[in-house]
Ligand binder design. Structure first.
Ligand SMILES: CCCCCCCC/C=C\CCCCCCCC(=O)N[C@@H](CCCCN)C(=O)O
Ligand SMILES: [Zn+2]
Ligand SMILES: [Zn+2]
Length: 475
């Protein structure tokens, strides 16, 4: 990596019992505010306003520090500009979001907005997605400031309030504002991937996957219109039957397996050494065993999402009365586009599978997969993450670049940097993955403390590195 400056001013990440108690109580308090986003036009503004007051109360030092500017953007998003002492260092940005997806009580072991602590875990919606990151970032900064920390490298903290429903009033506005101010960022760190444990058969050890890209997405409405009438003399097909058949064809026809293109090959090659024989040989020789590996990955629904564009049928509405032929049937399909495909290519494939002119297609939202950020040894943000992972999680042998199968607010910042990394310094197991947007989302107190400690170290590490110097052969 690059030249390292002295670490004489390094502040150790040791925290008193009182601080540790306060930090977990703060996370519980954040979970208890139901900042739910239902749709771009339906967010809980009362809760968002309360959340804004809450962070002012819990992190007073941040709000009174003279070299930190705080701005509210889009009414409920927050932008902190932390002015560093060395203007020659390019600033970076840490991101998180305050909104959460809805969480009806059904199926939860504890009420989702209770923030209850039980068996060493804090329970509730947002404990993994993404109030943990938001609170850990602010908590780390608050504790650094209390220890009289003055950063060398400037950084921004961007906290969106509508990430779960597009980011149009939060991240998009912050991005436009920073662009208007002429800001260019060295890199961004946002939510996304984790330290993954138990996702791949035979891989016993956890590994850190830093997402250097994220899948594209389409929200596609399919609609069939028919003339309504009396149900006692029905036509051969109704709008519901036509649409159901179209949707069934889509479910039965997965889009092509794109294994071999995109960052996944690199991920697997970097992981090869972690596997026992003969899987290690297989992964080192993907030119030969690629087809085998790609078939194996299809078998599991999570790894399947890494090798192809996925289609999830998420909404279906039809019918007006029990004895009326339905005038209209509508369905929403949420597609996640593999890095090697585009919106246009995927729409063509979907239309060809449906192959029925009576089905209308309406694209509600669509964007291509995100560009791949650098992960070589000159890539400052990636290397800072790697270095901090190695110091905070010494048991993790492998840090690999990968893709994020979900979407993040960071996609709105491609105008400010080409280096966007999606990584939460938290262990994730398959059951935790299911809890994100699902039920019984929770984080252990220890995992949250470690996440905070990671950010505490990361901010300081960002000061101690200069821009990487090029290799001699590049001179
Ligand atoms: C070989 C490696 C195996 C890897 C297994 C991958 C495991 C996946 C791990 C984590 C993925 C979690 C994704 C979390 C980020 C999701 C954030 C989110 O929910 N975003 C929303 C945005 C919605 C925007 C409005 N349309 C989303 O994606 O739906
Ligand atoms: Zn999220
Ligand atoms: Zn989410």
């Amino acid at each position: 990596m690059s030249r390292v400056k002295g670490r004489e001013q390094h502040i150790p990440s040791h925290f008193s019992q009182g601080e540790r108690f306060a930090m977990k109580e703060a996370l519980k308090g954040a979970i208890q505010i139901p900042t739910v986003s239902f749709s771009p036009d339906d967010i809980n503004t009362t809760a968002q306003a309360e959340f804004g007051e809450f962070i002012r109360t819990v992190f007073p030092t941040i709000f009174k520090t003279r070299f930190i500017q705080h701005e509210v953007i889009g009414e409920y998003s927050h932008l902190f500009t932390v002015q560093g002492s060395d203007p020659s260092l390019q600033p970076y940005m840490l991101m998180a979001h305050s909104d959460v997806v809805p969480a009806p009580d059904e199926g939860w072991e504890v009420p989702p907005f209770s923030g209850l602590e039980h068996d060493g875990f804090i329970h509730g919606r947002g404990t993994l997605d993404n109030k943990n990151s938001l609170m850990a970032i602010l908590q780390a900064l608050e504790l650094l400031l209390i220890r009289n920390y003055i950063p060398r490298r400037s950084f921004f903290i961007a906290l969106g309030h509508d990430e779960e429903v597009s980011g149009q009033n939060g991240a998009q506005k912050i991005s436009a504002l920073l662009q208007a101010r002429g800001v260019k960022l060295a890199f961004i760190v946002d939510e996304g991937n984790f330290i993954l444990d138990g996702f791949i058969p035979y891989l016993k050890k956890p590994f850190a996957m830093i997402a250097v890209s994220e899948k594209g997405a389409i929200d596609l409405k399919l609609q069939v219109n028919m003339t309504p009438g009396h149900s006692s003399a029905p036509p051969k097909e109704t709008s519901i039957g036509i649409l159901a058949a179209a949707i069934s064809r889509l479910e039965q026809t997965p889009l092509p397996n794109m294994f071999g293109s995109g960052p996944l090959k690199t991920t697997l090659q970097e992981l090869a050494n972690e596997f026992p024989f003969p899987a290690n040989i297989v992964l080192r020789n993907l030119w030969l065993f690629g087809p085998l590996v790609s078939r194996l990955m299809e078998r599991n629904y999570i790894t399947n999402a890494l090798v192809r564009t996925t289609m999830a049928l998420t909404m279906f509405n039809a019918g007006v009365k029990m004895n009326v032929i339905p005038p209209m049937a509508q369905a929403i399909i949420n597609l996640r586009i593999h890095p090697a495909q585009t919106v246009q290519e995927v729409l063509e494939l979907v239309k060809n599978i449906v192959a029925d002119d009576r089905v209308q297609f309406h694209v509600l939202t669509a964007f291509d997969p995100l560009p791949v950020s650098p992960s070589d040894h000159q890539a400052l943000g990636y290397q800072l993450l790697r270095q901090t992972i190695q110091s905070i999680f010494p048991e993790v042998n492998t840090v690999a670049p990968g893709i994020c199968i979900g979407n993040t607010d960071s996609r709105h910042y491609t105008n400010l940097t080409t280096s966007i990394y999606r990584f939460n310094p938290v262990y994730l197991h398959p059951q935790d993955f299911r809890s994100i947007h699902g039920i019984n989302e929770k984080i252990s107190v220890q995992a949250y403390e470690t996440q905070m400690k990671f950010i505490f170290e990361f901010i300081q590490n960002a000061d101690t590195y200069q821009e990487p110097i090029p290799h001699l052969h590049e001179l």
